[in-house]
Ligand binder design. Structure first.
Ligand SMILES: NC(=O)C1=CN([C@@H]2O[C@H](COP(=O)(O)OP(=O)(O)OC[C@H]3O[C@@H](n4cnc5c(N)ncnc54)[C@H](OP(=O)(O)O)[C@@H]3O)[C@@H](O)[C@H]2O)[C@@H](O)CC1
Ligand SMILES: Nc1ncnc2c1ncn2[C@@H]1O[C@H](COP(=O)(O)OP(=O)(O)O)[C@@H](O)[C@H]1O
Ligand SMILES: [K+]
Length: 504
């Protein structure tokens, strides 16, 4: 499923209308019909529904929804936030169709008190005020309508976008609808994955409105939301005659005296994610503790680190920040030139002054910063990173020729050629020290078992988040999940995914 910017969505609509010949009224009819079909099973007989309509095409969708509700005998009141004379194009066609079917239009500016009363009594409020077309802050009259909607008690369903939210997710401080549910038309917009916009969406449903694939190809959309079916399709299949050497010989350089756990989490996650052989390089002082906890791996004293036949390397979790480690990180990034290399945490800290090593590699490295580390790598602030996750990731991945995993809610994976995949899994239970170390291990293991690096990285991020969801869905709350619990939830997640693979 594609993820689009405002401009891409407009071009896709335009291509569909002009070159494919599906007219604007058809798409609008499809959009309104899709929202109605999603809403109808949730409404009880006698529920009061208030449809709030703006001047543009988002309002046009609202007319279609109002018409279908009216025709079905629902208790619908339809409120216009604009002058009907100023409504034009497809929206005007659908306004006329609504009226021709016998529907009544009320203007908010004529009867603001009645509007507020009806909003207060409504079980459902359909927000079709503003969609992707808004520029800047909503006009003052619309801001007032938005405040009234937000003060209402009914369930607010936003059509396409919560009104007032900029589709590209730019930071804003003006009023915007706080939806309970957003029925996104055709495909998710960037705003759904960015702060502060994302908080306005409530739960999201994506409703297809019949845009053909050709339109996406023509516009050249390079962003996708990872679907479960993509993960199931691309997970590696084990050859029944395989042996441990076929599933990767990983070398993990992690952990220090004060952070032995980081090495443990990454190593155990790699083993749980299918790696064939794993060697962990830690300072000698912590080796006995780790060896007792994790007897499945081999150990290599930190002072003797060498690739020594490894087919993939993971560097960084809990590594430490001394000059010795900086040298080690640089050496390994250079020496592991032709094999997968995952760099995280302290590895990124050291690498920040040696980024020029990255584009020289034959096999692109995988970097997995959280927003703080990304700010360090780009000499910017966390706010700068969060303001433009998509743009900053793309520029960095292309410039340094790396796979970049920008972590957070909706972790974003970017390939060296600029393709981007948004991850849908995960929850706030992962907001705890050690979660990232688990991801490093899954990444290393998956890179050694997948054909395509983009699949390996995206599937690792998906499984990592799905493990947290699995825990929260069963015996855990969002408060009590530990990094070690995440590792123990990898098996049920993989079990389920492989089950789905064999069912196909
Ligand atoms: N065929 C299609 O393309 C399809 C589109 N679809 C639907 O259309 C939506 C996009 O429609 P859109 O482009 O008309 O924009 P929309 O969000 O309704 O409002 C823009 C209007 O608001 C105005 N306005 C501007 N800035 C403003 C502000 N700050 N505060 C207040 N008002 C402001 C501006 O007028 P202006 O004031 O600039 O004259 C303009 O008239 C999209 O989200 C989806 O729901 C679907 O039906 C599928 C087919
Ligand atoms: N609120 C959240 N929703 C979804 N995922 C989250 C959330 N908070 C953290 N995560 C995930 O948890 C992991 C945390 O990684 P990181 O910050 O590197 O942790 P650490 O360095 O402590 O191990 C990342 O994969 C991130 O995407
Ligand atoms: K809307």
């Amino acid at each position: 499923m594609h993820v689009v910017s405002r401009e891409e969505m407009r071009n896709i609509d335009q291509y569909t209308i002009t070159h494919i010949g599906l007219g604007g009224p058809v798409l609008m009819e499809n959009a309104g019909r899709a929202v109605y079909a999603a809403l109808e099973p949730e409404c009880k007989a006698g529920d009061r529904i208030c449809v709030v309509i703006g001047k543009g095409n988002n309002g046009g969708d609202g007319f279609v929804i109002a018409r279908m509700l009216f025709d079905s005998g629902a208790k619908v009141s339809t409120w216009l936030a604009a002058d009907p004379q100023k409504i034009s194009g497809e929206a005007a066609n659908h306004m006329r169709a609504y009226c021709a079917c016998g529907g009544t239009l009320l203007r908010i500016s004529d009867e603001p008190e009645t509007f507020q009363q009806q909003l207060d009594r409504a079980d459902w409020i359909i927000d079709a005020l503003l969609g992707t077309g808004i520029h800047g802050a909503p006009y003052p009259a619309d801001q007032q309508v938005i405040r009234w909607i937000n003060a209402s008690k009914g369930t607010v369903i936003s059509v396409d976008l919560p009104s007032g939210v900029p589709a590209n997710g730019e930071a804003f401080d003006h009023p915007a609808v706080l939806a309970d549910q957003t029925m996104t038309l055709e495909c998710p917009k960037l705003a759904q994955f960015m702060q502060p916009a994302a908080r306005h969406f409530g739960t999201v449903r994506v409703l297809p409105i019949g845009i053909p694939n050709k339109a996406y190809q023509q516009v050249g959309v390079q962003r996708e939301l990872r679907m479960r079916s993509d993960v199931v399709r691309t997970l590696p299949v084990r050859d029944p005659f395989s042996h441990k050497g076929n599933h990767g010989k990983g070398l993990l350089i992690a952990g220090s005296k004060n952070m032995p756990g980081a090495a443990f989490f990454s190593a155990k996650a790699a083993l749980r994610s299918g790696i064939g052989l794993l060697k962990v390089s830690v300072p000698e002082v912590i080796q006995p503790i780790l060896a007792a906890q994790l007897p499945e791996t081999m150990y290599l004293p930190r002072v003797q680190v060498a690739l020594d036949g490894a087919s993939g390397v993971g560097i960084g979790p809990g590594l430490g920040r001394d000059a010795r480690e900086e040298e080690l990180v640089c050496r390994l990034v250079e020496e592991s030139d032709t094999i997968p290399c995952v760099i995280d945490a302290d590895g990124l800290f050291h690498l920040r002054n040696h980024l020029d090593l990255l584009p020289k590699r034959h096999k692109p490295a995988v970097l997995s910063p959280h927003p703080g580390e990304m700010a360090l790598l780009t000499h910017s602030s966390v706010q700068d990173v969060e303001r433009d996750r998509f743009g900053i990731s793309k520029a960095f991945a292309e410039k340094y020729q790396v796979y970049l995993v920008l972590k957070g809610k909706a972790t974003l994976v970017t390939a060296p050629d600029g393709r981007q995949i948004v991850n849908p899994t995960g929850n706030a239970a992962m907001a705890k020290g050690g979660s990232g170390d688990v991801l490093t291990g899954i990444l290393l293991a998956f890179l050694l078992q997948h054909e395509q690096m983009m699949d390996a990285v995206s599937n690792a991020v998906y499984v990592h988040g799905a493990a947290a969801e699995e825990l929260a869905a069963r015996e855990h709350s969002l408060l009590d999940v530990l990094a070690s619990d995440l590792i123990e939830a990898i098996p049920p997640v993989l079990h389920q995914l492989y089950d789905e693979k064999t069912c196909r």
